[in-house]
Design a protein. Sequence first.
Length: 478
Amino acid sequence: MAETSTTIQGMDPGLKLLFETIRPKLETLAGAEVNTDAMTAEVAPMNDFQKESMIMAAKQAGLGIPQFDANNVFTGVSGGTGIAGYEKYLDKAEAGFDSAQDAADDQYATTALAEAEAAKAAQAAEDGQDAGAAANVKAGEQYDKMAQAAEDGQDAAQPYMDAADAEYAKANQAYADAKTDADAARQYTGAGAYQQFMSPYQQEVIDASLAQQKQQQAVERSNLSSNAGNAFGGGRFGVAEGVMGAQAGMDQATLVAQLKEKGYTNAQASAQAAFQNQMGLSTSNMNLGSAYMGTGAAQGQQAQLSLAQALQNQNMYGTAGQAYNAQATAEQQQVLNNQNLFTNSAKSYQDTATSYGQASTAANTAATGMAAMSELQQKQAATEYGITSEFGNFLQAQEQAKNDSAAQKAKASGYEAYDRLGFISNLISGMSGGYGTTTTLGQTPDKPSPLATALGYGSMGAGIMGTLNQSFGGNQNS
Protein backbone atom coordinates (compact mmCIF):
# COMPACT_ATOMS: atom_id res chain seq x y z
CA MET A 1 0.00 0.00 0.00
CA ALA A 2 1.44 3.33 -0.97
CA GLU A 3 1.81 5.84 1.77
CA THR A 4 2.15 9.57 1.56
CA SER A 5 5.00 11.60 2.86
CA THR A 6 5.59 15.30 3.15
CA THR A 7 8.88 16.94 2.37
CA ILE A 8 9.56 20.49 3.53
CA GLN A 9 11.30 22.27 0.70
CA GLY A 10 12.22 25.31 2.73
CA MET A 11 10.82 28.06 4.98
CA ASP A 12 11.67 31.61 5.68
CA PRO A 13 13.48 31.90 8.98
CA GLY A 14 11.05 34.50 10.25
CA LEU A 15 8.11 32.39 9.35
CA LYS A 16 9.79 29.42 10.87
CA LEU A 17 10.20 31.30 14.10
CA LEU A 18 6.52 32.35 13.94
CA PHE A 19 5.47 28.82 13.27
CA GLU A 20 7.52 27.53 16.15
CA THR A 21 5.77 30.08 18.36
CA ILE A 22 2.24 28.95 17.48
CA ARG A 23 3.01 25.26 17.18
CA PRO A 24 2.23 24.52 20.84
CA LYS A 25 -1.20 26.07 20.48
CA LEU A 26 -1.77 24.03 17.32
CA GLU A 27 -0.82 20.87 19.11
CA THR A 28 -3.15 21.77 21.99
CA LEU A 29 -6.05 22.57 19.70
CA ALA A 30 -5.43 19.48 17.62
CA GLY A 31 -5.74 17.29 20.69
CA ALA A 32 -8.61 19.21 22.34
CA GLU A 33 -12.13 17.78 22.23
CA VAL A 34 -14.85 20.17 21.02
CA ASN A 35 -18.06 20.19 23.17
CA THR A 36 -20.67 19.99 20.43
CA ASP A 37 -23.55 19.45 22.89
CA ALA A 38 -23.41 23.06 23.93
CA MET A 39 -23.48 24.05 20.26
CA THR A 40 -26.73 22.13 19.59
CA ALA A 41 -29.93 24.08 20.30
CA GLU A 42 -32.34 22.36 22.65
CA VAL A 43 -35.90 21.91 21.45
CA ALA A 44 -38.23 24.27 23.39
CA PRO A 45 -40.61 22.20 25.52
CA MET A 46 -44.41 22.34 25.26
CA ASN A 47 -45.79 25.27 27.25
CA ASP A 48 -49.01 25.52 29.26
CA PHE A 49 -50.91 27.20 26.40
CA GLN A 50 -50.02 24.38 23.98
CA LYS A 51 -50.94 21.89 26.64
CA GLU A 52 -54.31 23.63 27.17
CA SER A 53 -54.93 23.77 23.40
CA MET A 54 -54.33 20.00 23.16
CA ILE A 55 -56.76 19.44 26.04
CA MET A 56 -59.38 21.69 24.38
CA ALA A 57 -59.01 19.94 21.02
CA ALA A 58 -59.19 16.48 22.58
CA LYS A 59 -62.29 17.35 24.61
CA GLN A 60 -63.98 18.99 21.64
CA ALA A 61 -63.34 15.84 19.59
CA GLY A 62 -64.50 13.58 22.43
CA LEU A 63 -61.08 11.85 22.64
CA GLY A 64 -60.74 12.35 26.38
CA ILE A 65 -58.29 14.36 28.48
CA PRO A 66 -54.58 14.36 27.43
CA GLN A 67 -52.16 13.48 30.22
CA PHE A 68 -48.73 15.11 30.74
CA ASP A 69 -45.81 14.54 33.07
CA ALA A 70 -44.13 17.17 35.20
CA ASN A 71 -42.20 18.45 32.16
CA ASN A 72 -45.36 18.82 30.06
CA VAL A 73 -44.48 15.78 28.01
CA PHE A 74 -47.54 14.08 26.55
CA THR A 75 -48.08 10.64 28.11
CA GLY A 76 -51.50 9.55 26.88
CA VAL A 77 -55.27 10.16 26.93
CA SER A 78 -57.85 9.16 29.56
CA GLY A 79 -61.63 9.32 29.89
CA GLY A 80 -62.49 9.39 26.19
CA THR A 81 -66.27 9.34 25.53
CA GLY A 82 -66.33 9.72 21.76
CA ILE A 83 -68.87 12.55 22.21
CA ALA A 84 -67.86 15.83 20.67
CA GLY A 85 -68.30 19.06 22.61
CA TYR A 86 -71.10 20.27 20.37
CA GLU A 87 -72.92 16.94 20.22
CA LYS A 88 -75.18 17.74 23.20
CA TYR A 89 -76.54 20.75 21.32
CA LEU A 90 -77.17 18.61 18.26
CA ASP A 91 -78.98 16.05 20.43
CA LYS A 92 -81.18 18.79 21.90
CA ALA A 93 -81.77 20.21 18.43
CA GLU A 94 -82.76 16.79 17.12
CA ALA A 95 -85.10 16.26 20.09
CA GLY A 96 -86.57 19.74 19.51
CA PHE A 97 -87.16 19.05 15.82
CA ASP A 98 -88.81 15.73 16.72
CA SER A 99 -91.04 17.53 19.23
CA ALA A 100 -91.88 20.18 16.63
CA GLN A 101 -92.79 17.47 14.13
CA ASP A 102 -95.00 15.71 16.70
CA ALA A 103 -96.76 19.00 17.50
CA ALA A 104 -97.18 19.70 13.79
CA ASP A 105 -98.72 16.23 13.31
CA ASP A 106 -101.08 16.90 16.23
CA GLN A 107 -101.92 20.28 14.71
CA TYR A 108 -102.72 18.66 11.37
CA ALA A 109 -104.96 16.04 13.00
CA THR A 110 -106.74 18.59 15.20
CA THR A 111 -107.20 20.93 12.25
CA ALA A 112 -108.88 18.08 10.39
CA LEU A 113 -111.29 17.62 13.32
CA ALA A 114 -111.96 21.38 13.37
CA GLU A 115 -112.70 21.34 9.65
CA ALA A 116 -115.09 18.43 10.16
CA GLU A 117 -116.96 20.31 12.90
CA ALA A 118 -117.04 23.44 10.76
CA ALA A 119 -118.53 21.38 7.93
CA LYS A 120 -121.23 20.16 10.33
CA ALA A 121 -121.96 23.76 11.32
CA ALA A 122 -122.22 24.74 7.66
CA GLN A 123 -124.54 21.82 7.00
CA ALA A 124 -126.68 22.77 9.98
CA ALA A 125 -126.90 26.31 8.63
CA GLU A 126 -127.91 24.99 5.22
CA ASP A 127 -130.48 22.63 6.72
CA GLY A 128 -131.84 25.46 8.85
CA GLN A 129 -132.46 27.83 5.99
CA ASP A 130 -136.06 26.56 5.68
CA ALA A 131 -136.51 26.23 9.44
CA GLY A 132 -139.59 28.15 10.58
CA ALA A 133 -140.57 29.01 7.01
CA ALA A 134 -144.03 27.39 7.25
CA ALA A 135 -144.69 28.97 10.64
CA ASN A 136 -143.61 32.34 9.29
CA VAL A 137 -146.05 31.95 6.39
CA LYS A 138 -148.92 31.23 8.81
CA ALA A 139 -147.83 34.12 11.00
CA GLY A 140 -147.90 36.35 7.94
CA GLU A 141 -151.45 35.21 7.14
CA GLN A 142 -152.59 36.02 10.67
CA TYR A 143 -150.90 39.44 10.52
CA ASP A 144 -152.65 40.10 7.21
CA LYS A 145 -155.98 39.31 8.86
CA MET A 146 -155.03 41.56 11.76
CA ALA A 147 -154.26 44.39 9.35
CA GLN A 148 -157.56 43.80 7.51
CA ALA A 149 -159.42 43.83 10.81
CA ALA A 150 -157.79 47.14 11.67
CA GLU A 151 -158.75 48.51 8.27
CA ASP A 152 -162.34 47.23 8.58
CA GLY A 153 -162.64 48.68 12.06
CA GLN A 154 -161.34 51.99 10.81
CA ASP A 155 -163.89 51.99 7.99
CA ALA A 156 -166.71 51.14 10.43
CA ALA A 157 -165.73 53.83 12.89
CA GLN A 158 -164.96 56.51 10.33
CA PRO A 159 -168.56 57.78 9.79
CA TYR A 160 -169.06 58.09 13.55
CA MET A 161 -165.70 59.85 13.89
CA ASP A 162 -166.61 62.22 11.06
CA ALA A 163 -169.98 62.98 12.67
CA ALA A 164 -168.30 63.46 16.05
CA ASP A 165 -165.77 65.78 14.45
CA ALA A 166 -168.60 67.84 12.92
CA GLU A 167 -170.41 68.12 16.27
CA TYR A 168 -167.17 68.99 17.99
CA ALA A 169 -166.54 71.66 15.37
CA LYS A 170 -170.01 73.14 16.06
CA ALA A 171 -169.35 72.97 19.79
CA ASN A 172 -166.03 74.71 19.35
CA GLN A 173 -167.74 77.45 17.34
CA ALA A 174 -170.43 77.85 19.99
CA TYR A 175 -167.79 78.01 22.70
CA ALA A 176 -165.89 80.56 20.62
CA ASP A 177 -169.06 82.64 20.28
CA ALA A 178 -169.70 82.32 24.02
CA LYS A 179 -166.21 83.53 24.69
CA THR A 180 -166.71 86.42 22.30
CA ASP A 181 -169.95 87.39 24.11
CA ALA A 182 -168.28 87.03 27.50
CA ASP A 183 -165.39 89.18 26.31
CA ALA A 184 -167.91 91.77 25.06
CA ALA A 185 -169.67 91.71 28.45
CA ARG A 186 -166.44 92.66 30.22
CA GLN A 187 -166.74 96.23 28.85
CA TYR A 188 -169.93 96.66 30.90
CA THR A 189 -168.24 95.91 34.17
CA GLY A 190 -165.99 97.99 36.38
CA ALA A 191 -166.22 101.47 37.95
CA GLY A 192 -166.31 103.38 34.67
CA ALA A 193 -168.65 101.01 32.75
CA TYR A 194 -171.68 103.42 33.17
CA GLN A 195 -169.92 106.29 31.40
CA GLN A 196 -170.63 104.93 27.93
CA PHE A 197 -174.38 105.05 28.76
CA MET A 198 -174.40 108.64 30.11
CA SER A 199 -176.68 111.00 28.03
CA PRO A 200 -174.66 113.45 25.97
CA TYR A 201 -177.47 116.06 26.63
CA GLN A 202 -177.35 115.81 30.40
CA GLN A 203 -175.65 119.18 30.81
CA GLU A 204 -178.21 120.87 28.57
CA VAL A 205 -181.03 119.33 30.68
CA ILE A 206 -179.30 120.58 33.83
CA ASP A 207 -178.84 124.05 32.37
CA ALA A 208 -182.51 124.24 31.24
CA SER A 209 -183.77 123.00 34.60
CA LEU A 210 -181.60 125.54 36.45
CA ALA A 211 -182.83 128.34 34.17
CA GLN A 212 -186.42 127.36 34.87
CA GLN A 213 -185.76 127.16 38.60
CA LYS A 214 -183.98 130.50 38.59
CA GLN A 215 -186.91 132.04 36.77
CA GLN A 216 -189.29 130.68 39.36
CA GLN A 217 -187.09 131.94 42.15
CA ALA A 218 -187.04 135.39 40.51
CA VAL A 219 -190.82 135.44 40.52
CA GLU A 220 -190.88 134.48 44.17
CA ARG A 221 -188.28 137.12 45.03
CA SER A 222 -190.39 139.76 43.20
CA ASN A 223 -193.47 138.75 45.13
CA LEU A 224 -191.53 138.88 48.37
CA SER A 225 -190.32 142.34 47.52
CA SER A 226 -193.75 143.68 46.75
CA ASN A 227 -195.50 142.07 49.71
CA ALA A 228 -192.95 141.90 52.47
CA GLY A 229 -191.65 145.43 52.06
CA ASN A 230 -194.92 147.02 53.26
CA ALA A 231 -195.56 144.43 55.96
CA PHE A 232 -192.18 143.91 57.61
CA GLY A 233 -190.20 147.00 56.94
CA GLY A 234 -186.88 147.28 55.29
CA GLY A 235 -184.80 145.33 57.84
CA ARG A 236 -186.96 142.31 58.03
CA PHE A 237 -187.32 142.29 54.27
CA GLY A 238 -183.57 142.04 53.84
CA VAL A 239 -183.44 139.01 56.10
CA ALA A 240 -186.24 137.34 54.28
CA GLU A 241 -184.60 138.07 51.00
CA GLY A 242 -181.30 136.62 52.25
CA VAL A 243 -183.00 133.45 53.42
CA MET A 244 -184.73 133.16 50.10
CA GLY A 245 -181.45 133.61 48.26
CA ALA A 246 -179.74 130.95 50.36
CA GLN A 247 -182.61 128.58 49.83
CA ALA A 248 -182.49 129.27 46.14
CA GLY A 249 -178.79 128.32 46.06
CA MET A 250 -179.48 125.10 47.93
CA ASP A 251 -182.40 124.31 45.68
CA GLN A 252 -180.19 124.81 42.63
CA ALA A 253 -177.46 122.54 44.02
CA THR A 254 -180.03 119.94 44.95
CA LEU A 255 -181.52 120.09 41.49
CA VAL A 256 -178.12 119.64 39.85
CA ALA A 257 -177.26 116.71 42.17
CA GLN A 258 -180.62 115.05 41.55
CA LEU A 259 -180.27 115.40 37.81
CA LYS A 260 -176.73 113.97 37.86
CA GLU A 261 -177.72 111.12 40.16
CA LYS A 262 -180.60 110.27 37.88
CA GLY A 263 -178.28 110.27 34.86
CA TYR A 264 -175.74 108.05 36.67
CA THR A 265 -178.49 105.66 37.86
CA ASN A 266 -179.91 105.37 34.38
CA ALA A 267 -176.42 104.80 32.87
CA GLN A 268 -175.57 102.21 35.52
CA ALA A 269 -178.85 100.41 34.85
CA SER A 270 -178.19 100.47 31.13
CA ALA A 271 -174.62 99.04 31.65
CA GLN A 272 -176.00 96.28 33.87
CA ALA A 273 -178.67 95.47 31.31
CA ALA A 274 -176.11 95.37 28.54
CA PHE A 275 -173.84 93.09 30.62
CA GLN A 276 -176.72 90.73 31.37
CA ASN A 277 -177.71 90.66 27.74
CA GLN A 278 -174.15 89.78 26.62
CA MET A 279 -173.75 87.16 29.33
CA GLY A 280 -177.11 85.73 28.33
CA LEU A 281 -175.84 85.36 24.79
CA SER A 282 -172.61 83.76 26.08
CA THR A 283 -174.55 81.35 28.29
CA SER A 284 -176.80 80.44 25.39
CA ASN A 285 -173.76 79.72 23.20
CA MET A 286 -172.15 77.68 25.98
CA ASN A 287 -175.29 75.61 26.34
CA LEU A 288 -175.39 75.14 22.59
CA GLY A 289 -171.70 74.07 22.61
CA SER A 290 -172.42 71.59 25.38
CA ALA A 291 -175.25 70.14 23.33
CA TYR A 292 -172.97 69.75 20.35
CA MET A 293 -170.29 68.17 22.60
CA GLY A 294 -172.83 65.68 23.88
CA THR A 295 -173.81 64.70 20.36
CA GLY A 296 -170.11 64.46 19.35
CA ALA A 297 -169.37 62.34 22.42
CA ALA A 298 -172.15 59.95 21.48
CA GLN A 299 -170.81 59.68 17.97
CA GLY A 300 -167.29 59.22 19.34
CA GLN A 301 -168.45 56.49 21.68
CA GLN A 302 -170.00 54.67 18.78
CA ALA A 303 -166.74 55.02 16.87
CA GLN A 304 -164.86 53.66 19.89
CA LEU A 305 -167.14 50.64 19.99
CA SER A 306 -166.36 49.96 16.34
CA LEU A 307 -162.64 50.43 16.98
CA ALA A 308 -162.80 48.23 20.08
CA GLN A 309 -164.31 45.43 18.04
CA ALA A 310 -161.67 45.93 15.41
CA LEU A 311 -158.97 45.94 18.12
CA GLN A 312 -160.36 42.73 19.55
CA ASN A 313 -160.13 41.15 16.12
CA GLN A 314 -156.62 42.54 15.72
CA ASN A 315 -155.55 41.08 19.05
CA MET A 316 -156.99 37.73 18.15
CA TYR A 317 -155.17 37.57 14.83
CA GLY A 318 -152.06 39.18 16.33
CA THR A 319 -151.92 36.55 19.09
CA ALA A 320 -152.17 33.81 16.52
CA GLY A 321 -149.43 35.49 14.46
CA GLN A 322 -147.22 35.79 17.52
CA ALA A 323 -147.73 32.11 18.28
CA TYR A 324 -146.61 31.17 14.78
CA ASN A 325 -143.73 33.63 15.08
CA ALA A 326 -142.69 32.00 18.36
CA GLN A 327 -142.82 28.60 16.68
CA ALA A 328 -140.66 29.86 13.81
CA THR A 329 -138.25 31.49 16.27
CA ALA A 330 -137.98 28.25 18.25
CA GLU A 331 -137.23 26.28 15.10
CA GLN A 332 -134.66 28.86 13.99
CA GLN A 333 -133.16 28.96 17.50
CA GLN A 334 -132.71 25.21 17.42
CA VAL A 335 -130.87 25.53 14.14
CA LEU A 336 -128.78 28.34 15.62
CA ASN A 337 -128.03 26.19 18.67
CA ASN A 338 -126.83 23.41 16.41
CA GLN A 339 -124.68 25.89 14.49
CA ASN A 340 -123.23 27.26 17.72
CA LEU A 341 -122.60 23.76 19.02
CA PHE A 342 -120.64 22.72 15.95
CA THR A 343 -119.02 26.15 15.60
CA ASN A 344 -117.85 26.11 19.21
CA SER A 345 -116.59 22.58 18.81
CA ALA A 346 -114.74 23.60 15.65
CA LYS A 347 -113.30 26.64 17.43
CA SER A 348 -112.17 24.45 20.32
CA TYR A 349 -110.41 22.12 17.93
CA GLN A 350 -108.98 25.09 16.05
CA ASP A 351 -107.70 26.63 19.29
CA THR A 352 -106.10 23.32 20.18
CA ALA A 353 -104.58 23.13 16.70
CA THR A 354 -103.29 26.67 17.14
CA SER A 355 -101.74 25.65 20.45
CA TYR A 356 -100.07 22.70 18.74
CA GLY A 357 -98.89 25.05 16.02
CA GLN A 358 -97.46 27.44 18.56
CA ALA A 359 -95.83 24.55 20.39
CA SER A 360 -94.41 23.30 17.11
CA THR A 361 -93.09 26.76 16.28
CA ALA A 362 -91.61 27.13 19.74
CA ALA A 363 -90.00 23.69 19.59
CA ASN A 364 -88.70 24.37 16.09
CA THR A 365 -87.34 27.73 17.22
CA ALA A 366 -85.67 26.09 20.23
CA ALA A 367 -84.25 23.33 18.04
CA THR A 368 -82.98 25.90 15.56
CA GLY A 369 -81.43 27.73 18.50
CA MET A 370 -79.75 24.51 19.66
CA ALA A 371 -78.45 23.88 16.15
CA ALA A 372 -77.16 27.43 16.07
CA MET A 373 -75.64 26.86 19.51
CA SER A 374 -73.93 23.75 18.14
CA GLU A 375 -72.46 25.72 15.29
CA LEU A 376 -71.60 28.58 17.62
CA GLN A 377 -69.95 26.15 20.06
CA GLN A 378 -67.82 24.73 17.28
CA LYS A 379 -66.83 28.19 16.11
CA GLN A 380 -66.18 29.32 19.66
CA ALA A 381 -64.15 26.20 20.44
CA ALA A 382 -62.21 26.63 17.21
CA THR A 383 -61.63 30.28 18.01
CA GLU A 384 -60.49 29.54 21.54
CA TYR A 385 -58.32 26.67 20.31
CA GLY A 386 -56.81 28.87 17.59
CA ILE A 387 -56.06 31.70 19.99
CA THR A 388 -54.66 29.41 22.68
CA SER A 389 -52.67 27.33 20.19
CA GLU A 390 -51.35 30.38 18.39
CA PHE A 391 -50.34 31.98 21.66
CA GLY A 392 -48.65 28.75 22.79
CA ASN A 393 -46.85 28.40 19.45
CA PHE A 394 -45.71 31.99 19.73
CA LEU A 395 -44.31 31.40 23.20
CA GLN A 396 -42.65 28.15 22.10
CA ALA A 397 -41.14 29.86 19.05
CA GLN A 398 -39.84 32.60 21.30
CA GLU A 399 -38.33 30.02 23.67
CA GLN A 400 -36.86 28.13 20.70
CA ALA A 401 -35.33 31.35 19.42
CA LYS A 402 -33.68 31.81 22.78
CA ASN A 403 -32.30 28.25 22.64
CA ASP A 404 -31.05 28.75 19.09
CA SER A 405 -29.40 32.01 20.06
CA ALA A 406 -27.70 30.31 23.02
CA ALA A 407 -26.47 27.47 20.76
CA GLN A 408 -25.10 29.94 18.21
CA LYS A 409 -23.39 31.82 21.00
CA ALA A 410 -21.84 28.57 22.37
CA LYS A 411 -20.69 27.56 18.87
CA ALA A 412 -19.05 30.92 18.26
CA SER A 413 -17.33 30.73 21.65
CA GLY A 414 -16.18 27.11 21.12
CA TYR A 415 -14.64 27.75 17.71
CA GLU A 416 -13.22 31.18 18.40
CA ALA A 417 -9.64 29.82 18.88
CA TYR A 418 -9.88 27.80 15.70
CA ASP A 419 -11.00 30.86 13.83
CA ARG A 420 -8.00 32.86 15.05
CA LEU A 421 -5.52 30.09 14.18
CA GLY A 422 -7.13 29.68 10.80
CA PHE A 423 -6.66 33.37 10.23
CA ILE A 424 -3.02 33.14 11.20
CA SER A 425 -2.55 30.06 9.03
CA ASN A 426 -3.91 31.87 6.07
CA LEU A 427 -1.65 34.76 6.82
CA ILE A 428 1.40 32.47 6.99
CA SER A 429 0.42 30.79 3.77
CA GLY A 430 0.26 34.13 2.01
CA MET A 431 3.62 35.25 3.34
CA SER A 432 5.52 32.00 2.57
CA GLY A 433 5.72 32.76 -1.16
CA GLY A 434 7.77 29.87 -2.77
CA TYR A 435 8.19 28.10 0.46
CA GLY A 436 5.84 25.35 1.20
CA THR A 437 5.41 21.65 1.36
CA THR A 438 5.26 18.93 -1.20
CA THR A 439 3.44 15.69 -0.85
CA THR A 440 4.93 12.51 -2.37
CA LEU A 441 3.85 8.95 -2.53
CA GLY A 442 6.13 6.46 -0.93
CA GLN A 443 7.07 4.95 2.36
CA THR A 444 6.29 7.06 5.37
CA PRO A 445 9.35 7.52 7.52
CA ASP A 446 9.18 5.73 10.75
CA LYS A 447 9.51 8.99 12.66
CA PRO A 448 9.01 12.33 11.00
CA SER A 449 11.24 15.17 11.93
CA PRO A 450 9.85 17.84 14.28
CA LEU A 451 9.82 20.40 11.45
CA ALA A 452 7.77 18.12 9.23
CA THR A 453 5.40 17.46 12.04
CA ALA A 454 5.03 21.14 12.70
CA LEU A 455 4.46 21.92 9.07
CA GLY A 456 1.98 19.08 8.85
CA TYR A 457 0.12 20.40 11.85
CA GLY A 458 0.14 23.86 10.40
CA SER A 459 -1.20 22.69 7.07
CA MET A 460 -3.82 20.52 8.73
CA GLY A 461 -4.78 23.27 11.12
CA ALA A 462 -5.16 25.75 8.32
CA GLY A 463 -7.38 23.34 6.42
CA ILE A 464 -9.49 22.53 9.48
CA MET A 465 -9.92 26.14 10.48
CA GLY A 466 -10.77 27.12 6.93
CA THR A 467 -13.41 24.45 6.76
CA LEU A 468 -14.82 25.27 10.19
CA ASN A 469 -14.68 28.94 9.40
CA GLN A 470 -16.77 28.39 6.25
CA SER A 471 -19.12 25.99 8.04
CA PHE A 472 -19.83 28.06 11.16
CA GLY A 473 -19.66 31.55 9.80
CA GLY A 474 -16.05 32.53 10.68
CA ASN A 475 -14.11 35.24 8.77
CA GLN A 476 -11.30 34.07 6.41
CA ASN A 477 -8.98 36.51 4.65
CA SER A 478 -6.87 35.40 1.70
